[in-house]
Design a protein around this ligand. Sequence first.
Ligand code: F6P
Length: 538
Amino acid sequence: MSTGSPTPAFAAVQDLATRQAHSPIADMFSEDAERVTRFTRRAAGLHLATDKQRWTPEALKALYAWAEERNLLTWRDQLFSMTPVNITEGRAAGHTALRSNGVPAAKKAAETRARLKTLVDSARSGALLGQPVEAIVNIGVGGSGLGPKLVVNALKGPDSLPTTFAANVDGAELQEALKGLNPATTLVVLVSKTFTTLETMMNAEAVRSWFMSHLGEGALAKHCVAATAAPERAEAWGLSRDNIFPFWDWVGGRFSLWSAAGMAIPLSLGWAAFDELLQGAEVMDTHVRDTDLEDNMAVHLALLDAWNRLLGASSRAVVPYASRLAYLPGFLQQLEMESNGKGVTTKNVALEHPACPVVWGDVGTTGQHAFFQMLHQGLEKIPVEFILVANSRDGHDGHQKALLANGLAQGAALLRGKSKSKVREELKAKGYNDQEIEHLTPHMVFEGDRPSTTLILDRLTPKRLGALLALYEHKTALLGRLWGINPFDQFGVELGKQMARTLTPRLEGARDPAFDPSTEALLKVVTDMRQHERQEPA
Ligand code: F6P
């Protein structure tokens, strides 16, 4: 399969990318006095600067023409009006309806939110369990855990309820999540769109036993609530209908934190925070929905990612300079890579170029003492996305200033680098002799000319976080459209799950089914080690 010859606007973008792939970013500043403003976008309280990226006004213009060729804004409008843009599953992608009033689906969402608010009030007042809930445990994986975990950790304060998360089928995680909790005052939130996911169902069964052994029969129905698009399965599993909160097939798992799937957020942080999170997302939605290509922040980011891919970047590092955003890179990995890590277009044609880059990262400043070595001196020039928060409500302002100084300095250093002559001069000033200087200089040169983006929030409030996450959602969806793929399905996660189901019996002694020689050999190693352990416990 082949996409054939590229469409005219895309061919122009490709051509320009080939010509500009090695144009120095510093020259772009000297050639364009308006560069900083030209590559700045502001929306929903967020400030986005992409002037340190390797792109020019000419590139932007070509990219806008490509976006028009792709009917990007028409597709955006279809997304907002709940047209079934998820064409492989025949569904709308209605996450924006979860935070708006515009479409009929929003009414359903509002009704569920009203029920959720009653739950949150009764959990906190003591009406739900006969005493106030003291701890929340969220059980759910992928989109049913990553978003709530990110938001709760980003926004928790002194009045928040302690909240733990168990996603993995590794029993160690659930054990840790339940450690020290009093079952009588614990509320467990089971989140699963399908209510069939292996990890979640195994952890749910373990929770059933935990409640049973501590509180006896009947506790489960009281202490467990669920968010799911399969309420009948949750009921059959043993939950009371009153404790089941729906979301719908038109809400993709990785876009679901705004629905009942995010219920750990209001349970943990209180209703006002959740409400404001949704408001912030809605402000971003309005911006994305009502703004033309040129000024649209999500379009800008989507075009940049597509452009960087054409320049050859196979990954993007996301580095929030805020410990509270530690789970953002992990959240974005699912959002972006599960959405756009695909190889076939909506027209059933193989892509000629890989779409989604690898998304990875960790918080600054700690990342500076780990992977930044490679960002500064590795041969690949990996675009970095810095996220800064101007004002912090934590700790001493001295810490905050140091954090900001480091975040800003890293972007500047990646761009400027350090020349040979500068390195020599510095070494000379430190008293090194000529031979030592010759020997050390190549190792201490920073080539510079490395692209980065800086996104700045004035502070990390629920509104700003809502806007930030909605921005990433929109960028991801728009990129899917630009690349011609469906960003809303995820068939790629199925094969491994299927094979795990057939492999499990082999760990239990079955002889079939047979796997490839490598996996057979590994199975034998694992089986032998397990047998040995049983004979001679460590
Ligand atoms: O395995 C991928 C996936 O289907 C994600 O898309 C989803 O967010 C996650 O698993 C959890 O699924 P569920 O909410 O149905 O348990």
